[in-house]
Design a protein around this ligand. Structure first.
Ligand code: CP
Length: 316
């Protein structure tokens, strides 16, 4: 594997999930693969889990790991081609990414969407420039439209904790006070659509995701209908795809409480984190027995490690 930016970069989803669970049992078995190899993690946006879990995954594989918060610690990057750089940007992505490729064997990049220009975001303009110019294998640490390491960890978590062969998995929209990207729900949807689960998406009218990510899913605006019999509920806010980046007033009653869970099949509650308590998800759920959000975050290590291991095997 030379690129990990979506579920489409994985030939066999089942086998990478199994590999991640094997690595969880035996984290240090492949330290020889990463000896004298360097992982560079480049952040254009904040992170807690992705940064620490991917760093730990690299260390578990014997790699040297460098982290650069390029938005704060690097030169201001120019991403546009053909411009005279007489403004605030100091270094072009062409040189910056190419130089990073001189120092690292694998690069991870986090680049959030601007949520202003849908074409620019959905063409993955920033992430793809790193792919084009860095010259080494590259892992998405969350891009404008997807968060594949998160989704792989989510599927690992479901596989690990499911109590029946084909669980009912529900992705539910949740309230928030600011417009958030569609990357996590897009990605979760496309991974679930390739997994052996019964998958439903529920959201208020207006929050339809791009159908590029939801083919095969049941979609309903009736949250109770979706929650009925659910084994796993994935809670997440997102802004509208059309009009792009919009949030509509109301819908506060979409926040889950314990009362709302009574119709589920003793559902386990997932969230990628960070989460705003009693806004996006009730504190009573987060503090209760149904929440598996911390366990899920723990599995980020094994998801990242499975991906890095495959890349190291390819590099040789
Ligand atoms: N879930 C997730 O990606 O968390 P961070 O933004 O903290 O990395």
């Amino acid at each position: 594997m030379k690129l990990f930016s979506s579920v489409n970069d994985v030939a066999d989803v089942k086998s990478i999930v199994a590999e991640a669970l094997q690595l969880k049992k035996n984290p240090y078995a492949f330290q020889h693969l990463g000896k004298n190899k360097t992982l560079a993690l480049i952040f254009l946006n904040p992170s807690l889990r992705t940064r620490m879990s991917t760093q730990k995954a690299g260390l578990n594989l014997g790699m040297n790991v460098m982290v650069l918060n390029i938005d704060k610690e690097g030169w201001a990057l120019e991403l546009r081609d053909g411009v005279i750089m007489n403004g605030t940007t100091v270094e072009h992505i062409r040189e910056a990414a190419a130089v990073m490729g001189q120092y690292a064997d694998i690069i991870g990049v986090r680049s959030f969407p601007g949520l202003k220009d849908r074409d620019e975001d959905y063409n993955e303009t920033v992430f793809n420039k790193f792919v084009e110019y860095c010259g080494v294998p590259i892992v998405s640490l969350e891009s404008a439209t997807r968060h594949p390491l998160q989704s792989l960890a989510d599927l690992v978590t479901i596989e690990e904790l499911k109590t029946r062969p084909r669980p009912k998995v529900v992705l539910t929209w949740a309230p928030h006070i600011k417009p958030l990207p569609q990357a996590v729900p897009n990605s979760f949807a496309e991974w679930m659509c390739k997994a052996d689960v019964d998958f439903t998406i529920t959201h208020p009218k207006g929050y339809e995701l791009s159908t590029d990510f939801t083919k095969g899913a049941t979609v309903t605006h009736n949250q109770d209908e979706a929650l009925a019999g659910a084994d796993f509920i994935y809670v997440k806010n997102w802004s509208a795809y059309e009009p792009y980046g919009t949030i509509f007033p109301g819908n506060e009653n979409w926040m889950l409480t314990n009362e709302r869970l009574k119709i589920t099949n003793n559902a386990k509650i997932m969230h990628c984190l960070p989460v705003r308590r009693d806004l996006e998800l009730s504190a009573e759920i987060l503090d209760g027995e149904s929440s598996i959000v911390v366990h899920e975050a723990g599995n980020r290590v094994w998801a990242a490690q499975a991906v890095l291991k495959r890349m190291l095997e390819e590099i040789g």
